[in-house]
Design a protein around this ligand. Structure first.
Ligand code: ATP
Length: 357
């Protein structure tokens, strides 16, 4: 089975500016694939190239094994959903969904059946006769999705489709989008700068920075085993510490930290004794305690930020090192410690990962 999309050595230049540097990646059939990165990293450019709205400076683009590099956008079996859903305001919901099917000259009875099927899928059958202005933002976005999926494209491109919605709705729509993708079996290529959204929905994520792909992996691998410091920093929250490698054992690095602390870090990779490395630790792997615990390090809480289900702590180890911890609150809802209090910090085994800069 060929890949759904193959992007091979694609370069995109705007005059002397290179927006994409030799990008290569494969997207599998039936995959929810996300292009994630900060503003300006080139993700929208790559999406527009797949759609055919932008030509490329060099490279090849294949769709299910066929070279489509020179194929105009309207001949690609690809549809796009944009941030602003751009429904036709004068058409009803049903007419909007039928739009692409009419263009395909599908028989009227088939159009009626397909529209009913799509409206049922997005749970808006009862709104078929309404016009877009009579719908909420979330409902409009679902109609835009149904309209784009109705002609059964092989690939659906989604350009930040949730960013115009409020937070609560955005979170609810994540689940709906993922379900829709699984129900239809269409390959989704989703563009976002929101790492939570990417982690929640994707089968795999490509993290991009300055026109280059930094890492392509499943969400959990990206989160737990970031390949570069950029990925570690961009996805989730992270502590970075400079450490010196004192020895290696079973793929782990024994490291010395400022203040005389020692830590064993996983994924030593190419680290060598004597070398200086960055250690990366997720705050949720560091716990704070108000009584002594095994391997607990004495510390003072400098700042706390209450988060409802948890609290973020900025703590200063007795040796002067500052670290961030995220801990669930007590059963009665109180944070474990408050600012200015002394306590103990425990670093979970294998919490630290070695990153070579
Ligand atoms: P955002 O999230 O802000 O949309 P992005 O990651 O999608 O960002 P792109 O829109 O792909 O980024 O742009 C990548 C780079 O290419 C940016 O530096 C942008 O300024 C540049 N660029 C995009 N389109 C053009 C253009 N038509 N002419 C010149 N430069 C462009």
């Amino acid at each position: 089975m060929p890949q759904a999309v193959e992007i091979i050595d694609v370069v995109k230049k705007y005059g002397s500016f290179t927006a994409l540097h030799n990008v290569s990646l494969d997207i599998r059939p039936n995959e929810f694939f996300t292009l994630l990165g900060p503003s300006g990293c080139g993700k929208t450019t790559l999406l527009r190239i797949i759609a055919g709205f932008e030509d490329i400076t060099a490279g090849t683009l294949k769709l299910f094994g066929t070279d489509i590099t020179a194929l105009p956008p309207d001949r690609r079996p690809i549809n796009t959903v944009f941030q602003h859903y751009s429904l036709f305001p004068h058409m009803t919901v049903a007419e909007n969904v039928a739009f692409g099917l009419r263009r395909l000259k599908m028989p009227a009875a088939d159009i009626t059946r397909r529209v009913a099927e799509m409206l049922e899928m997005i749970k808006l059958s009862s709104h078929a006769g309404r016009r877009p202005h009579q719908l909420s933002g979330g409902q409009q976005q679902r109609v835009a999705l149904a309209r784009a999926l109705a002609p059964r494209p092989k690939v659906l491109l989604l350009d930040e489709p949730l960013s115009a919605l409020d937070l609560k709705l955005r979170q609810a729509m994540r689940m709906e989008l993922k379900t829709l993708q699984q129900q239809t079996g269409v390959t989704f290529i989703f563009v976002t700068h929101d790492q939570e959204e990417a982690l929640a929905m994707s089968d795999r994520i490509a993290v991009m920075s300055e026109g280059r792909v930094q890492q392509i992996d499943a969400p959990q691998v990206i989160y737990e085993h970031p390949a570069t410091r950029f990925v570690a920093d961009f996805i989730g929250d992270a502590n970075f510490l400079t450490a010196s490698v004192e020895g290696l054992e079973d793929g782990r690095a024994h490291c010395g930290l400022p203040g005389g602390y020692r830590l064993i870090a996983r994924d030593a990779g190419a680290a060598r004794p004597g070398q200086s490395v960055s250690l990366f630790l997720r705050p949720e792997k560091l716990s704070v305690h108000d009584t002594p615990v095994e391997e607990g390090i004495g510390m003072t809480v400098r700042t706390i930020v209450y988060q409802g289900d948890a609290t973020d702590y900025l703590v200063e180890l007795d040796g002067g090192v500052m670290l961030r911890s995220r801990c669930e609150n007590r059963i009665n809802g109180d944070p474990i410690l408050t600012a200015g209090e002394r306590g103990f910090l425990r670093i979970a085994p294998d919490a630290a990962k070695t990153l070579l800069d």
